[in-house]
Design a protein around this ligand. Sequence first.
Ligand code: ADP
Ligand code: ZN
Length: 214
Amino acid sequence: MRIVLLGPPGAGKGTQSVVLEEKLGIIQLSTGDMLRSAVASASSIGKQIKSLMESGSLVSDEVIVEMISERISKSDCSNGFILDGCPRTLAQAKALDIMLAKENMALDYVIEMSVDAEKMVQRIVGRFNCQSCGAGYHDEFKTPQTAGTCDHCDKPDFQRRSDDNPETIRKRLKAYDDQTAPLLPFYRDKSLLHTINAMAPIDRVTSDLEAIFC
Ligand code: ADP
Ligand code: ZN
């Protein structure tokens, strides 16, 4: 099963992907995570990407789709994948279709996670992740069961993203709205689009997603 999760930063794509990965036996491909690990590896492409990401700009369509193409050819994607963070533009959506068609693949579902943009700043400013296992938390909405320790791996090391500050967030939300809005009619016309209310509590969003896939 091949799924795209569409939603602005903070919509809960990462949070829900963790659950869907387990239920559906497919893996999440977060283009943001893939880009951040390229940056951390300090390769030349990583350095280029770094300055773009820190200023809240988008990376070129070619770089993103090429990165996904390489990634989905690996054996752990043979059952499918959940794409989070791509496509962000109509050009990426079209490039993604062409790339998948070359591999004899197609998308099965595109999920629009619909949000109240005003509330996203609060969600993003409060989020943090376990440095060891990547588990996601929130100061207000999803605190670890024991403060300071990861529920999943018991490690005490948490991290916050450097681009999760109010100023960059507003820029990312605006870019999302401007660039991603044209994707909705594109996927609606292909009868792939499902819309869920991502303002509901985390468990409710999960059950709404399960109703679509399971
Ligand atoms: P995205 O991957 O779409 O940018 P995340 O999954 O990182 O978003 O979610 C952003 C933050 O909001 C996280 O700290 C997460 O715990 C929290 N969160 C996710 N979904 C919800 C929800 N439905 N209600 C409240 N908080 C949520
Ligand atoms: Zn952990």
